[in-house]
Design a protein around this ligand. Structure first.
Ligand SMILES: Nc1ncnc2c1ncn2[C@@H]1O[C@H](COP(=O)(O)OP(=O)(O)O)[C@@H](O)[C@H]1O
Ligand SMILES: [Mg+2]
Length: 215
């Protein structure tokens, strides 16, 4: 066993089809090869309770409730995810890699749907009790390219967020740029047009440097 290395919380953000799930899995695998405890998780979801709420949100069943209720459902899912999975893992010294986290709410419900950012921030801090990622990797890609990837024959199919208008996805992309610019110490923005392998190498280099992890 390696000597104790402090657990870190790294999140992946970006629009549809930018490669978040691909890169989150590649980073988790790479960390595991060094014998580190790694928890790979995702939002919405990541715990049994939150996965149940994920189904309600992404199926469209919550749409008639409106955007406020939807934001509250995301918060309920996040509360369970943080309590049941993320905080216990970090306390045990594991590295937690999450495919989306609270920034997705600010960008999709805020920049995308136009909900008030301060209101959303309050709901987020209520759900997370202030837990924030140590590092957030933004995968950036023209929205048409990301959406086309999801349309590809081997794509995973569309849920209701992916089916939103292009204008919505453009607001999401701009929202991510604004968040990353506001908090440059936490965010790293990468060009999602690169090959998955090149991106994985760049992410590995950034994580090792930023997290002071020397393999
Ligand atoms: N760097 C890349 N270049 C080209 N295609 C990619 C790249 N990364 C992932 N893909 C493909 O694009 C699609 C979406 O990738 P995925 O990781 O699921 O994105 P996200 O989780 O951000 O929606 C998948 O079919 C995946 O195989
Ligand atoms: Mg994904």
């Amino acid at each position: 066993m390696r000597p104790a290395v402090r657990g870190r919380f790294i999140t992946f953000e970006g629009g549809e089809g930018t490669g978040k799930s691909t890169q989150a899995a590649m980073l988790a695998d790479r960390l595991k090869t060094f014998g580190l405890g790694v928890v790979l998780t995702r939002e919405p979801g990541g715990s049994p309770g939150a996965e149940a709420i994920r189904h309600v949100i992404l199926s469209g069943a919550a749409k008639p409730l409106g955007p406020h209720a939807e934001a509250i459902l995301f918060a309920a899912a996040r509360d369970d995810h943080v309590r049941q999975v993320i905080r216990p893992a970090l306390a045990a010294g594991h590295w937690v890699i999450s495919d989306r986290f609270a920034d997705s709410t600010l960008v999709y419900q805020g920049s995308g749907r136009g909900l008030d950012i301060d209101d959303l921030s309050s709901v987020i801090s209520f759900a997370t009790a202030g837990l924030r990622p140590d590092m957030t990797i933004l995968l950036d890609l023209p929205v048409e390219i990301g959406l086309a990837r999801k349309h590809a024959p081997d794509g995973e199919g569309w849920n209701r967020f992916e089916a939103e208008a292009l204008a919505f996805h453009s607001r999401v992309r701009a929202g991510y740029h604004a968040l990353a610019n506001r908090e440059p110490a936490r965010w790293r923005c990468l060009d999602g047009l690169q090959s998955a392998e090149k991106l994985a190498d760049e992410i590995w280099r950034l994580v090792a440097k930023r997290m002071e992890f020397e393999p």
